[in-house]
Design a protein. Structure first.
Length: 267
């Protein structure tokens, strides 16, 4: 059985980050049947978010920008695994990658990448890789991915030496194994207490349509308005109990917010 992996490259050049992903790809393909495709953000049309919020409020299909955003999203949805690869730029991801994250920000509201694996590949000159890996893992986690610990590398700007290449290859090999394990594991991770609490408090707002109407509709369509979590899982009694309590508090707050909104519209 072949697994589809898509690597989204956030560097404005085909440099060290691209090479690192290439080594990762080679090692991954040694482990099994992998169909590996690339998206170079430098080569696709992706306009900057204008902040209209229509994707959040009404749905991503209402985004007024005409470019390749929907195509990239569709390709990510077809994949079993997604790689975000970026050099550290000023302690963050590149603007190219950040722009993609902003253009897909509606996924924070309507997560959709469940059962798919994610890994970040980040290169740095000196400092910042840990923070960027943490940031990308958090984004992917919110979006529903099964997050694998990422591949962080310190590389020279110019062509690396043979000894450096060997070190990178060793790290790429380890990362490929982690990613392959995740790709081939059929089970989803059991959510932590914090994740259950997050799910229940967000759901509380959507259940009474206190937030955006599109999110309420999405939660209803997914069956999340009365599920234990985003996907089938076995929760211990303490997680269920804590989740129920938090949701009740969040519901009270959501009702108060909704009343305030109605009052402000009437006055
Ligand atoms: C504009 C710019 C900003 C950078 N900022 C950082 C930084 O904050 N920390 C760091 O360690 N390296 C920084 N670097 C170095 C790159 O992260 C590093 O050289 C990376 O491997 C380049 O990847 P690439 O060859 O795919 O472009 C920066 C490089 C550029 C061009």
């Amino acid at each position: 059985m072949s697994r589809k992996v898509i690597a989204i490259i956030g560097s404005p050049r085909k440099g060290r980050t691209f090479e690192a992903v290439g080594m990762f790809e080679k090692r991954l393909k040694e482990l099994g049947n992998i169909d590996f495709e690339y998206v170079f953000l430098k080569d696709v049309s992706l306009k900057e978010c204008r902040g209209c919020g229509l994707c959040l409020e009404k749905g991503e299909e209402f985004c007024p920008l005409e470019d390749n955003r929907a195509d990239i999203f569709a390709r990510m949805m077809k994949a079993d695994g997604v790689i975000f690869a970026t050099p550290v730029y000023s302690l963050q991801v590149t603007a190219l990658l950040k722009n993609l994250l902003d253009r897909l920000a509606y996924v924070f509201h309507r997560p959709c990448f469940f059962h798919k694996s994610f890994m970040a590949v980040v290169t740095q000159g000196i400092y910042g890789v840990e923070g960027v890996l943490k940031y990308l893992d958090e984004v992917a986690h919110f979006w529903g991915f099964k997050v694998c610990p990422g591949l962080g590398l310190t590389v020279f700007w110019e062509k690396p030496s043979a000894a450096d290449l060997k070190k990178i290859d060793d790290e790429a090999e380890k990362a490929a194994k982690r990613f392959y394990d995740s790709l081939t594991r059929n089970s989803d991770p059991v959510p932590s207490l914090k994740e259950v609490i997050m799910f229940r408090s967000v759901r509380a707002f959507h259940s009474i349509a206190a937030g955006f109407p599109r999110d309420h509709q999405y939660y209803r369509e997914q069956g999340w308005l009365d599920s234990d979590y985003y996907y089938e899982t076995r929760l211990g009694w303490h997680k269920k109990l804590a989740g129920r309590w938090v949701e009740r508090q969040a519901l009270k707050q959501a009702m108060r917010d909704k009343m305030k909104l109605v009052e402000s519209r009437l006055s």
